[in-house]
Design a protein around this ligand. Structure first.
Ligand SMILES: C[S@@+](CC[C@H](N)C(=O)[O-])C[C@H]1O[C@@H](n2cnc3c(N)ncnc32)[C@H](O)[C@@H]1O
Length: 390
């Protein structure tokens, strides 16, 4: 089968984890972008990538590259592509686009023009044209157009891979599933030992940790992907890789995953989401203040994602919470590695511990940090000695 470059998009800050995942899946790394990674493979490889990747958003398989200066040239070039070989005439098509061309003020116009070119071509060749619209649950074509350079792709994911399908109850400020998976990978937690998620909200971090602990690919949770709506979709290969992945996805887990929140509603939602993801048996839930979260012996990883006050006046109220997290780490979490995920550097300082690492991420366009604190025995003592000498 012919190999081609495959582009996997992701959020800014995620490429290091996407690269790590590709390496583990034996895919080559061809190129790294700010919000994506390029690998190489055949169309059938997109099935594997959609099934296994935890941190990518979309797996894009290229169809053509060409030059176009305006919408008419775009239409001409797209009309020359044999779309009837890729898309069923009785299907449904959505065209998405990312456009930076001076002749186009609204990228929706580029999507519309592309859709027209594709369906007109199919009508001419097959006598019938697919329906079209904004839903991404069937065939999706993506146009990237910068200056006069165009690249068109089959979006083999369809809906973004961050929609795993388990988060039925999102609550407020939930972390995107792909970001939560990257945060777990960034802590170096490999599914062994304890993973503690106080302030768990809708449970995303704990659920992603549980999926990692079981070695369960996130794509097993979904029944629909863009590649299923492309002609010659290899259904027997898909069934085979899914079955194989299911058998490997029951790794024995040694350790505990604990998720707590002070809000009973949040814990209820997290439990339901974990049940939908099929991992509720792996997570111990509790309603309590973060500082009362039970910490099993043996150490491990604690990740807190407190609110970070995006609205005026909120940040001041959160200062006490961040100060408290520092005390919790110092007084109760010895032997663990503590992490705080926040988009507010001022509040992060209130933790009053020196982070060993500050790992950059982006959440809904806001630059965030995952701050790592090593909480070895004696942290508290050292700090006391220092402050008493000042
Ligand atoms: C930003 S949300 C966490 C979102 C979560 N990562 C997710 O994916 O849904 C912060 C959570 O902290 C909880 N929280 C705030 N103060 C707390 C406290 N003192 N003790 C425990 N939970 C607290 C809130 O109820 C909320 O669910």
């Amino acid at each position: 089968m012919q190999k081609s470059k495959i582009l996997i998009t992701c959020a800014k800050g995620i490429p290091p984890y996407l690269k790590q995942e590709l390496h583990a899946l034996n895919f080559p790394l061809c190129f790294e972008l700010v919000a994506g990674v390029e690998t190489e493979g055949a169309f059938d490889d997109t099935l594997l990538l959609n099934l296994f990747l935890r941190t990518g958003h979309r797996v894009l398989f290229p169809v053509a590259e060409f030059k176009a200066n305006n919408a008419d040239e775009l239409y001409q070039e797209l009309s020359a592509i044999a779309w009837e070989e890729y898309l069923p005439e009785d299907g449904y098509l959505c065209v998405t686009s990312s456009v930076d061309n001076t002749s186009i003020r609204d990228s929706r116009y580029a999507s519309l023009k592309s859709k027209d070119a594709i369906v007109d071509r199919i009508k001419e060749k097959c006598g019938k044209r697919p329906d079209s619209g904004p839903e991404r649950d069937r065939s999706v074509v993506h146009l990237y157009w910068k200056d006069d350079h165009c690249a068109v792709y089959l979006d083999t994911s369809g809906e973004t891979l961050s929609r795993r399908g388990y988060r039925k109850i999102p609550l407020t400020a939930p972390m995107q599933e792909t970001l939560a998976a990257a945060v777990v990978l960034a802590t170096g937690w490999k599914g062994e030992g304890n993973f503690i998620s106080p302030m768990c909200g809708s449970g995303t971090l704990a659920i992603e940790a549980a999926l990692i602990a079981l070695n369960r690919p996130p794509g097993l949770l979904r029944s629909n992907f863009g590649f299923m709506h492309i002609r010659n979709f290899n259904e027997s290969l898909w069934n085979e890789v899914r079955e194989k992945a299911k058998k490997q996805a029951e790794k024995a887990f040694v350790g505990k995953i604990i998720a707590t929140d002070m809000s009973p509603g949040a814990v209820e939602a997290a439990k339901k989401n974990a049940a939908t993801a099929g991992v509720e048996h792996l997570i111990e839930f509790g309603v309590c203040d973060y500082a009362d979260t039970p910490l099993p012996d043996g150490g491990g990883v604690i990740v807190l994602n407190p609110a970070y006050g995006e609205r005026m006046g909120e940040a001041a109220k959160l200062e006490e919470t961040y100060k408290g997290i520092g005390d919790f780490f110092k007084q109760k979490c010895r032997g663990y590695t503590g992490y705080v995920f926040t988009g507010n550097p001022g509040l992060a300082k209130k933790v009053s511990l020196k982070p060993k690492q500050s790992i950059p991420f982006f959440n809904s366009g806001i630059e965030c940090r995952l701050l790592e604190y090593e909480l070895y025995e004696g942290t508290r003592k050292k700090k006391k000695t220092k402050s008493s000498g000042e």
